[in-house]
Design a protein around this ligand. Sequence first.
Ligand SMILES: C[S@@+](CC[C@H](N)C(=O)[O-])C[C@H]1O[C@@H](n2cnc3c(N)ncnc32)[C@H](O)[C@@H]1O
Length: 251
Amino acid sequence: MLYVVGIGPGGEKYFTREAEEVLNKVDLIVCYTGYRRYIERFKKEIYTTGMRGEIERVRYALKEGERRDVALVSSGDATIYGMASLVYELAEKEGYKVPIRIVSGVTAASASSAILGAPLNHDFVVVSLSDLLTPLETILKRVRCALEGDFVLAIYNPVSKTRKKPFLKTLEVIKEYGEKRGVDYIVGIVKNAGREGEEYRITKIGDICNHLEEYMKFIDMNTTLIVGNTNTRIILNKMVTPRGYLNKYKV
Ligand SMILES: C[S@@+](CC[C@H](N)C(=O)[O-])C[C@H]1O[C@@H](n2cnc3c(N)ncnc32)[C@H](O)[C@@H]1O
């Protein structure tokens, strides 16, 4: 059996009870090298591969899953920029005969939203800025469409050590939309949600563009950004997107 398990953004407190149960009962845990520290406490055989080792990792999990119980671990939710889709694709393409079960986890957007206040409390879009598997033009088109629809925007994979261009281009697009609408969009930035080193900032797109160097030092690959819509407000020092109850019920 192959379980594909989302473990949340990192810390133990974000593991669901179901994830704990599965990780306690499997024979082997397969994961990215960087997540080893989160699953060592289960005292199981562990197989890891590093960055760009996804295909090798998933193939090994599928092969081993044919003869014993295996958990392939993904951070956050395995179906949100995780390993779950690759598991199904490879299983079909290479003909592995293994039952697959996905165990959902807390995704970075959800953990970050709670840290910031309630910015995802209305319609939102999630975009990854990684242009490794998606062309930059497609990413920017999706960002524009989200802004056009006045969706709140959750941004994953903002930068890596070498990849900054998609983020800089995205900032330009957001600023341009804001200027067109007369809005300085509120932006929440969460780094290491639920992990050691958790930090957040609530700011505006104009401030990010005016102090770019400083923000580029803060934002890294463990950061999620949430860009508010035109109704998002700061309430009690937190970032909140109202659903409209007060207007509807004249409170
Ligand atoms: C490849 S995606 C994986 C997303 C993951 N499957 C999920 O559901 O959260 C990696 C991106 O998720 C976000 N992320 C993951 N863990 C995070 C954390 N603890 N704090 C903030 N952002 C995080 C970052 O934007 C990071 O670049």
